[in-house]
Design a protein around this ligand. Sequence first.
Ligand SMILES: N[C@@H](CCC(=O)N[C@@H](CS)C(=O)NCC(=O)O)C(=O)O
Length: 253
Amino acid sequence: MDKTSKNILIYGVPFSQPVRAVMWLMLIKKFPFKLKLTNPGSSSEGGSRHPDFLKKFPTGTIPSLEDLDTGFAISESHAIMCYLCNKYNWDDLYPVNPEKRAKVDSYLHLHHRNIREASIGLVAPKVRKDLSFSEDFLAASKSNIEKAFEAIEIGWLRDSRFLIGDTMTIADISAYVEIGQLQSMFTNVYNFEPYPNIRKWLKEMQNVDYHDDIHVALFELGDISKEAPPIEVIINANKKAFKVIEEKITDML
Ligand SMILES: N[C@@H](CCC(=O)N[C@@H](CS)C(=O)NCC(=O)O)C(=O)O
């Protein structure tokens, strides 16, 4: 472990999918970090739209990373994951072979207006009662999700255990925090029956180190397919997950 790793601060909440992706990568690599609970979209103190946060991170989103030694600051989960892999030579999860790396990058670019729609179209309408989504928006979002799942089923996962070959990469981590959250063990808002390759891959990903720890917020939230959870349940889910992640980091030190 690199000594500087103790001074990497991640801003976010465990309920956020892209925040989970970054933290999962760091736990898998046994890379201690500090975590500052930051409410997405809030302009109050401790929120991602507070002027102090925006000064460092102009897009106002979580996850964001700050290196407390150098002041280096960056937002966007994929940029953060690639940066960490580059800086600490985590080549197993972000292969140096140009073709393999290009495939990982290809998934990471695809993700944003496709797989990421899983959160926007299927989960956010249940858990973000402060936001309103039109029927047209939700229909377009669901159609994007179906197309993306189809591509994963018959393309990316047709002949391999993971998205890019037979070993896991950061593409799988990023994809799983979105797709995995929909499973019946978590929010239960999607039926994966038509997608046998995706189901096989979901099982593989459930066996990855720290899977259960990084998903505590979702275990706490439970099935939301019938009813939207009250806000207190979400707040408590984040708090409990935060505690578990802090414990895991302490165990590493
Ligand atoms: N493309 C970004 C998406 C980040 C994102 O959507 N974060 C949400 C929380 S899950 C957020 O910060 N929303 C607050 C806002 O946009 O005001 C990434 O991968 O980091």
